[in-house]
Design a protein around this ligand. Structure first.
Ligand SMILES: [Fe+2]
Length: 242
């Protein structure tokens, strides 16, 4: 009997694929805890075929009170280590902003860390969408930013996910799906929502959201069969964010 091999998705990552969501900087959020761990994660990503990484530490009120300066200085240290080890990868940085009251203050007082000049990666609290969501999105747009909502498939309070997303799309929000969702890392419901969103064509980008080694092992389990075709557009769009 001939067994067909389940080819993992990562074998099909496009050349120079850009990962736009991860937590690789050492010791500043719930991602890598040390420089050693940062480098281990990066080696793992390289083995999976990634050559361009835009890492996005949390900026989250008093939970992860990072600033652009803290993030920049950690990124420079990590870039130096990458260079001295001659690792075949380019590392850039932005942030994953929690839309809380603090975020409004950042908007008033300083410029935001962006992916490719204007894209701002944002996330929502786990229990409910931000109260002033429309106002915040409107302000971001009027300031020339383009918001990208991270992992919309994970917000279980979106009762009708597609309608909610269509509505946010109309006011200028873009959407990034977590590849980990396709490995059922967050459960079956999130997986099913992820597939539904991909089929509906509302996902603009994808990201790994890697925090730790376990996530790399999980990413390797995603098979190409069902997913590759669905990811065609986001894979292309990601490429343009470098
Ligand atoms: Fe994240």
């Amino acid at each position: 009997m001939i067994f067909s091999r389940k080819i993992p998705l990562y074998e099909f990552f496009p050349k120079e694929f850009v990962d736009i969501h991860s937590h690789l900087l050492p010791g500043i959020d719930d991602g890598a805890k040390s420089m050693e761990e940062s480098l281990d994660l990066i080696q793992g990503l390289i083995q999976m075929g990634f050559t361009r990484l835009i890492t996005t530490p949390h900026i989250y009120g008093s939970v992860w009170p990072n600033t652009p300066e803290i993030i920049r200085s950690k990124a420079i240290l990590l870039q130096e280590e990458i260079q001295s080890r001659k690792l075949p990868v380019s590392l850039s940085f932005a942030a994953e902003y929690m839309l809380d009251e603090k975020f409004m203050q950042y908007l008033d007082t300083s410029s935001l860390l962006t992916i490719k000049n204007k894209y701002v990666l944002i996330e929502f609290p786990n229990f409910q969408a931000p109260l002033q969501l429309h106002e915040i999105l409107f302000r971001l747009n009027s300031m020339g930013y383009e918001p990208i909502l991270a992992h919309p498939e994970r917000y279980t309070y979106f009762e009708n996910v597609i309608n909610n997303i269509e509505e946010l799309k109309e006011i200028g929000c873009l959407f990034q799906l977590n590849l980990l969702s396709l490995a059922k890392h967050y459960g079956t419901n999130v997986y099913e929502t992820a597939i539904k969103l991909l089929k509906a064509g509302v996902i603009d980008f994808v990201g790994t959201d890697v925090h730790r080694k376990y996530h790399l092992d999980t990413l390797k389990k995603i098979t190409s069969k069902k997913h590759l075709k669905l990811l065609e557009t986001p894979f292309k769009n990601n490429f343009n964010l470098w």
